[in-house]
Structures are given as structure tokens and as C-alpha cells.
Design a protein around this ligand. Structure first.
Ligand code: HEM
Length: 152
């Protein structure tokens, strides 16, 4: 049960960030200001209401799964988690809320694009860290072959 929750939450959190990232880039390159405002609003709701619980669920279930286990892969996954959570809660959430407000008011000034850049950067960092946690998780669960040394 905890394993299933962890698997689903981990993939959902990663998928949500990929969706935020791609929809932002596509709409800002090809879309009208109204389309940008719609995407920014969808990122806040339902987007953040999916992302934040998914990150929390992945972290809590991950720590629960690791209680009875030791090893380098687990320690590395644990170390990445505070960065994933801080990036999500301290950068992605406030950035999404600010960008939604500004886009719905039609104010696409320098500050909008600076915060947008920060959001895309934080999103990319989280995607890399979550991708590494997925890779190490699949090694731990045996779905993805680990080498002898890393499996221990
Ligand atoms: C957002 C962060 C995380 C993501 C995306 C993630 C992703 C995954 C995935 C996809 C699996 C494979 C599950 C399966 O094949 O059934 C897994 C397994 C695992 N993860 Fe995570 N994980 C995250 C955070 C953590 C944290 C913080 C820990 C705590 C150390 C952790 C501990 C584990 C353990 C112990 C397993 C092996 C479970 C088993 O025995 O099958 N994970 N993780």
C-alpha cells in the first residue's frame, strides 16, 4: 500500500511539473496574453492542489518505506528531498501565484519575466532531482537493475 502510494505520488509530482513546464513554454512562445493568463490560472488551480500534496505524499511515504532499510541510494534520496520540497514550496508555489495575478491583470513587465525565469529554473532543478529519485527508487524496488555496489 505505502509502496503504491509512493510510486503514484512520485510519478504524479514529476508529471505535474513537466506539464507546468511545457504548457508555460508553449503558451508563452505561441499564445496570446489571454492564453497565458488561462495557463497561469490553471497552474494555480487545479495545478498546485495536485503538485503540493503529491510532493508531500512522495516524501512522507518515501521516509516510511526507508525506515527498515539502509544504503547509499536511500541516503542520497533522503538528501535530495529537502531541496525538492523547498524548491516546490518556497519557489514554485509563490511564483505560480504571483504569475497568475500579474497575467490576469495583463501586466507582463520585466518582473513577470524574471519571476517566470525563476519558476522555470526551479522547475528544472526539481525535475532533475525527482528524476534521480525515480531512477534510484526503481533500482531499490528492483524494477531497474542496480549494479552490485549501488544496490547495497
Ligand atoms: C519526490 C521524491 C521522490 C520520488 C519522485 C520517488 C520515486 C520513487 C519511485 C518511482 C520508486 C519505485 C517504486 C516502485 O517501483 O514500486 C521509489 C522507491 C523507493 N523510494 Fe522513492 N521517491 C521520492 C522520494 C523518496 C524519499 C525521500 C525516500 C526516503 C529515503 C524514498 C525512498 C524510497 C524507497 C525505500 C523505495 C523502494 C521501495 C521498495 O522497496 O520497493 N523515496 N521512489
Amino acid at each position: 500500500m505505502v509502496k503504491t502510494i509512493h510510486f503514484l505520488a512520485g510519478f504524479l509530482a514529476t508529471f505535474t511539473i513537466v506539464t507546468f513546464f511545457l504548457s508555460t513554454v508553449v503558451v508563452e512562445v505561441f499564445g496570446s496574453p489571454a492564453a497565458v493568463a488561462t495557463v497561469k490560472s490553471l497552474i494555480v488551480a487545479p495545478g498546485l492542489f495536485i503538485l503540493v500534496p503529491a510532493i508531500i505524499a512522495a516524501g512522507v511515504s518515501g521516509f516510511a518505506l526507508s525506515k527498515s532499510r539502509r544504503g547509499r541510494l536511500i541516503e542520497t534520496k533522503k538528501k535530495r528531498m529537502p531541496f525538492i520540497a523547498a524548491n516546490g514550496l518556497l519557489v514554485l508555489v509563490p511564483a505560480a501565484i504571483l504569475l497568475d495575478r500579474w497575467a490576469s491583470a495583463g501586466s507582463f513587465g520585466v518582473t513577470f519575466y524574471l519571476v517566470q525565469g525563476a519558476e522555470l529554473l526551479a522547475g528544472s532543478v526539481n525535475l532533475i532531482l525527482m528524476g534521480l529519485n525515480i531512477r534510484d527508487g526503481l533500482k531499490l524496488s528492483g524494477r531497474f537493475r542496480a549494479s552490485r555496489t549501488t544496490a547495497l
